[in-house]
Design a protein around this ligand. Sequence first.
Ligand SMILES: [Zn+2]
Length: 189
Amino acid sequence: MELAIHADVPLNTREKGYQGWQEISQYLVWAKEFGKDEPQLTVLEMTPQGVVSFETDRPFLLHRVPAGRPMHVNHLFGFWHTSDADRLWIHAKYPNSHHYTMISGGNLGTNSLSVVSWFCPKCANELVRFEDPNPDLGPDFWDKAAEHVKEFNNSLEMRTCKQCGHVHPHGYAFLPEEGTEGARERLQW
Ligand SMILES: [Zn+2]
């Protein structure tokens, strides 16, 4: 009998057959290909020194977002997301497409907490924060995040900064073209 040491997981990144997030052992993995004319996705981190953007002119970017740090990806999801797992963000540029991969995990028992938050783009004050325990450790928290987006968009009070009065634009759920909202409004960073 042949001993299976590991099983390869096929990732279909093309529009047809694209499978969204996949749970692979202790990792959650997402990968998708975008046409070269579509807006480029950019990963941002909220650091103690402020918002830092990670992009490169090189054809390949591998960026690690440490566990516990809010991250946002322009055009992919319109909120800040924090996890108790490290995230790896991979951006590979091909002549006719951009290929993105996000991998969340790396330690047993992580992906157990999901935080959705928004910060004031004028003064960096945290406007609102939703914390969800994720006992199933699967990718369902992205659906939960979509509910928080709705709540945030429907509440002018939540979107108004108590520190400076700035009104935050509407957020959007993960991969907005798949959702009903359809908006691809950028966060203002
Ligand atoms: Zn403010």
